[in-house]
Design a binder for this molecule. Sequence first.
Ligand code: FES
Ligand code: FES
Length: 162
Amino acid sequence: MSQVPIQFKLNGQDKAEFIDEAATLLSVLRGKVGITSPKAGCEQGTCGTCSVLIDGELRLSCITLAQTCAGASIETVEGMDTDGKLHPLQQAFLDRFAAQCGFCTTGMLMAAKALLDKNPNPTREEVVDAISGNICRCTGYEPIIEAILDATGGSAGSYRRA
Ligand code: FES
Ligand code: FES
């Protein structure tokens, strides 16, 4: 398979790599640049555990051709904390025990961040809708929904994009 050059931003840092022309973004992140938060679950676009943000939009990295990300800004959970301080969503997931095995958690965090970055005060229904593409086999979803609502700061609307 021929190699092609690609440049993109990853969690705010410039990256330049040579990749297989048919490589998925998931394989490039995990195999080339050492980003392991997006998980290889179904690898066919149905479980959400490989979710990342591309230019602020929630995307499934397992079915995204890496080449199409040239020039894009990619966010993963590795970039969520600020100066060692957890992102409000990460803290809320901890406080609400919203992770058990943790396999879905990074995808859930990405789906939640995509929502809150655009809509800092979502309704419960909007939260449920936002994570509807992410499968969790452990938690029953309630702690995850509660955590995301907690991260909004309730009606005070204290969520700040980070
Ligand atoms: S691994 Fe990408 S959607 Fe399941
Ligand atoms: S915490 Fe195990 S799959 Fe969600």
